[in-house]
Design a protein around this ligand. Structure first.
Ligand code: FAD
Length: 468
């Protein structure tokens, strides 16, 4: 029997952050991970491999469009093994780094699958090993949602993990789901040479974001991909010799079509129902989520939960912040998860990012707001890098002028959104943003220009007419 003060289950961005922070605060910590390497979905089969491949895609696309700058490159020769090796090297570097940091902090790492026996014990599945703990942090994350109607047993039907393995470059590929993961994977395979068809059930891609913020991306993929079907449902998928036959239901889609490969990117399921948490008395809802208070405590006083398993948005940066809260509360600190906003980013081409409230959320809630929209076609920097399709939109409270939300579509939108996130946390108003001197010429100016559009102080464009 192993005894530990703090047990962390799962080593994703939530789990390893919690383990390391708890160790730094003087606790004796044990970390259990079932996968052969640390880092969870994010490092192994999520954020990092996808962003590495998206960088490869960016290089290919930049080279393709260089002729607009008067420089012509030959068509690229894709060495798929080389692309895969580069991705694997980055993943190994990071997962190895986490292992080294665990060792440096004297965090005991155990490989195995933990299941609860009681509120103070877990067992390693398939062994006699029992671990007794005083405090536990559940960070077991989420997995790909597998609908039984899709024939995943056929290797040509992929989930995001399969797609990141980059076994080959299919000639014709269908991406089911126009959310962030589907769009990022489509960006990668399109650049590598696949002919992409995308199908989305909703009436826009990235249905949670404002439509005007995704429009520049939508226009681009409509031009580049073979087809993008909105308001369309996949009703049947059959594995045939020639390919995967897919049947559709939607106004613009054909009745059926056959693809060399299909990527299904339609959501993720929390792992709460797989760990016998009920034996510890932890409440889990029927989808597998575990509810917590803002100190990340479950209904059982010595058991905490963080990351994808506690709810949306399923994002790594939410998991790491929740992790620090849990570790600090365990260590006696008076802290809580009080973030005003969690930014979301699609690392597509162009990128889409948003933070705070969306315009549709404000309308639905009946909040009166002012809006500043700055088209990147009027930004010297975006024109000089050949990326004028972007748009920045800032939303302010009509009475106080405080920033409520921001959406950006354009190159590096994911980096640019941090300024608005900080502005929301600091309670900035439109003048704070407009009067902050942004270096010229930068893409970050577009945030200040969006605030100037709302204020009516813009000079790089005509100020919008104020409503009487
Ligand atoms: P996870 O990362 O899911 O880790 C949970 C770990 O627990 C896993 O390693 C699992 O093996 C282990 N585990 C599960 N059960 C047990 C058990 N019983 N015993 C022991 N170990 C167990 N988020 C972003 O913020 N930015 C991105 O760019 C981004 N890109 C993504 C791209 C893709 C393709 C995918 C799939 C996801 C992406 N995400 C991204 C989401 C991000 O990966 C998750 O939000 C994040 O990994 C959640 O962290 P976590 O710590 O909650 O759990």
């Amino acid at each position: 029997m192993i005894k530990t003060k703090v047990l962390v289950i799962g080593s994703g961005p939530g789990g390893y952050t919690a383990a390391f922070r708890a160790a730094d605060l003087g606790n004796e910590v044990t970390l259990i991970e079932s996968h052969k390497t640390l880092g969870g979905v994010c490092l192994n089969v999520g954020c990092i491999p996808s962003k590495t491949l998206l960088h490869t895609a960016e290089v290919i696309n930049e080279a393709k469009h260089a002729n607009e700058l008067g420089v012509t490159f030959k068509s690229p020769k894709i060495d798929i093994d080389g692309v895969r090796k580069n991705k694997e090297a980055i993943v190994s570097k990071l997962t190895g780094g986490i292992q080294a940091l665990a060792k440096a902090r004297k965090v005991k790492v155990i490989t195995g699958y933990a299941k609860f026996l009681s509120k103070n014990q877990v067992a390693l599945d398939g062994t006699d090993e029992v671990i007794e703990f005083e405090q536990c942090i559940i960070a077991t994350g989420s997995r790909v949602t597998k609908f039984p109607m899709f024939p995943f047993e056929d290797k040509r039907v992929m989930d995001s993990t399969d797609a990141l393995m980059l076994d080959d470059i299919p000639k014709r590929m269908l991406v089911v789901g126009g959310g962030i993961i589907g769009l990022e994977m489509a960006t990668i395979y399109d650049a590598l040479g696949s002919e992409i068809t995308m199908v989305e059930l909703g009436n826009q891609i990235i249905p949670v974001a404002d439509k005007d913020i995704v429009t520049p991306l939508f226009k681009k993929i409509k031009k580049t991909y073979a087809n993008v079907f909105l308001n369309t449902k996949v009703t049947k998928m059959t594995a045939a010799k020639k390919g995967i036959k897919v049947e559709f239901e939607g106004k613009d889609a054909p009745e059926s079509d056959t693809f060399d490969k299909v990527l299904v990117a339609v959501g993720r399921t929390p792992n709460g129902l797989l760990i016998d948490a009920e034996k510890a008395g932890v409440n889990i809802d029927k989808s597998g989520f575990i509810a917590t208070n803002n100190q990340m405590k479950t209904n059982v006083d010595n058991i905490f939960a963080i990351g994808d398993i506690v709810g949306q948005p399923m994002l790594a940066h939410k998991a790491t912040h929740e992790a620090k809260v849990a570790a600090e509360v365990i260590s006696g600190k008076k802290t809580g998860f009080n973030a005003l906003t969690i930014p979301s980013v699609a690392y597509t081409d162009p990128e889409v990012a948003w933070t705070g409230k969306t315009e549709k959320e404000l309308i639905e809630a009946g909040v009166k707001f002012d809006k500043g929209v700055f088209p990147w076609a009027a930004s010297g920097r975006s024109l000089s890098i050949g990326r004028s399709e972007g748009v920045s939109k800032a939303l302010f409270d009509a009475e106080s002028g405080k920033i409520l939300g921001m959406g950006i579509c354009g190159n590096h939108a994911g980096d640019l959104i941090s300024e608005a996130t900080l502005a929301i946390e600091m309670g900035c108003d439109m003048s704070d943003i407009a009067l902050t001197i942004h270096a010229h010429p930068t893409l970050s100016e577009t945030t200040a220009f969006a605030a100037e559009m709302a204020e009516g102080t813009i000079t790089d464009l005509m100020p919008p007419r104020k409503k009487k």
